[in-house]
Design a protein around this ligand. Structure first.
Ligand code: ARG
Length: 467
């Protein structure tokens, strides 16, 4: 059965069906489509287009279909082109003529846009919850790390020691921007397109504000053409997921490096590492590598949707069906990456000895020597030159820096203390800095920030987290 038997005389050629069908992927929209249909039917009842009894039997039928999906007994028919067709077909099978009234005043164009927004809303909320769980793991590991430190790098060269907690929380803050971005995207997409019809609204007295409220949207569309053709929310969601993917990629890259023998900063738990099919001695960081690798595909999905959208005239065009696979895949891939990477962080062992030894070279305190001279009144550029000269002399003459510092009239014993292992990191005192004082304060701010995010997220889960 097609939905347009009146106008188009023959059935679809097989090749057309095969090329245009979206059911294999848009079946994920089943519960959202059912929610949209329930609201639509109630809306038709409210304005008197459907009798109360018709509304009741349609809602019952939609509930039955939901039940069939939930218990896995829903049967698709060969002609079901997409999930919307399948559900309408089944409702009509169940209740006959009344079922044939379901699509009154509606088009698949406003229907699919509605269902996709609902899907996006709940899926993004789920992703944000997974991000917060990863943040929990980072916060917990930061807390446990206490005053362990490691080299901080610029240009991949050792620069200054930083607390391990500081380093872990750096990723935590990037992730909190992801949560924020996702929440603002959800807020912006929470507008109902239902009632826009195919493109122009309806001659029937529909009430789009009512159905919008029924579906928990902030409000309804302003313009019916825009309502059915707008996929900004898909592009925005994909951007949020791509950037989140880039963050996970950078974290993955770091775990890959840290777990090399060359760095040796961490050892992965066996459950979160893999072996080699050939080389018996190997333990590989595949989770971290895939967290890095998947970002390519996430960026690709964003690009694909932007390119699909860019040449489309108003209003609905079938090209828009191409919005779903990238979006669905991005959510699945990112969610799995978040969960797996969380496990990596929860179970990795930090090799504190290696981290600290790497950070303890006397040159790591060079800036502290220069700043000590600055406190004695020397202009910074001059202090920089003096200490740089000592480092060079130490390297060229193979004399330990400590000896040169001890012998220098402007430096001496007080300066030598700065070169002791573990001292430099304690001297980073400024707000947001890498030393113990500011990191303790930062950790508190991180807790507070996440409390705020949790409250914001809870608004989108009125019934609490899913079972
Ligand atoms: N499966 C279609 C999509 O995802 C539903 C809308 C089809 N509308 C139409 N006028 N052919 O976009």
């Amino acid at each position: 059965m097609t939905l347009w038997e009146g106008r188009i005389s023959t059935g679809m050629a097989d090749a057309v069906a095969e090329f245009t069908v979206s059911l294999p992927f848009d079946r994920l929209l089943a519960s959202d489509d059912l929610a949209g249909s329930r609201a639509h039917v109630k809306g038709l009842g409210k304005v008197g287009i459907l009798a109360e009894s018709e509304v009741a039997s349609l809602v019952d039928a939609l509930d039955m279909v939901e039940e069939e999906f939930a218990s896995g007994v829903f049967e698709f028919a060969p002609g079901d082109e997409d999930i919307h067709t399948a559900i309408e077909r089944r409702v009509t099978e169940l209740i006959g003529d009344v079922g044939a009234k379901l699509h009154t005043g509606r088009s698949r164009n406003d229907q699919v846009a509605t269902a996709l927004r609902l899907w996006c809303r709940r899926s993004l909320v789920g992703v944000a919850e997974e991000i917060m769980a990863l943040q929990d793991a980072l916060a917990q590991r930061a807390l446990e790390a206490a005053d362990v430190y490691l080299p901080g790098y610029t240009h991949m060269q050792r620069a200054q020691p930083v607390l391990l907690a500081h380093h872990l929380l750096a990723h935590g803050w990037a992730l909190s921007r992801d949560v924020d971005r996702i929440l603002t995207t959800v807020d912006r997409l929470n507008v109902s397109p239902l009632g826009a019809g195919a493109l122009a609204g309806s001659s029937l007295p529909l009430d789009p504000d009512y159905v919008a409220a029924e579906l928990g949207f902030h409000g309804r569309f302003e313009n019916s053409l825009d309502a059915v053709s707008d996929r900004d929310f898909v592009a925005e969601s994909l951007f949020d997921l791509a950037l989140l993917g880039v963050h996970l990629s950078r974290m993955g890259e770091e775990i890959v490096l840290w777990s090399t023998e060359e760095f040796g900063f961490c050892t992965l738990d066996d459950a979160y590492a893999t072996g080699s099919s050939m080389l018996p001695q190997k333990k590989n960081p595949d989770v971290a590598e895939l967290a890095r690798g998947k970002s390519g595909r996430l960026i690709g999905h964003l690009t694909a949707v932007l390119v699909t959208l860019k040449g489309l005239p108003l209003a609905y065009n079938r090209d828009l069906q191409e919005d779903k696979e990238p979006l669905f895949d991005a959510v699945v891939q990112v969610s799995r990456a978040l969960i797996a990477l969380r496990g990596v962080y929860e179970t990795a062992t930090w090799n504190e000895e290696r981290m600290q030894t790497a950070a303890d070279g006397p040159a790591a305190s060079a800036i502290d020597l220069a700043e000590m001279l600055v406190e004695q009144g020397m202009p910074f550029r001059q202090a920089h030159g003096l200490v740089g000269g000592l480092v060079r002399e130490s390297l060229e003459r193979h004399v330990p820096l400590v000896e040169l510092v001890a012998a220098h009239p402007d430096l001496g014993e007080a300066a030598v203390e700065l070169l002791e292992p573990g001292v430099a990191v304690t001297r980073r005192r400024t707000p947001g800095g890498a030393g113990p004082g500011p990191v303790a304060e930062q950790a508190e701010r991180f807790v507070r920030r996440r409390e705020v995010d949790r409250t914001r997220l809870a608004q989108w889960r009125p019934q609490g987290p899913p079972a």
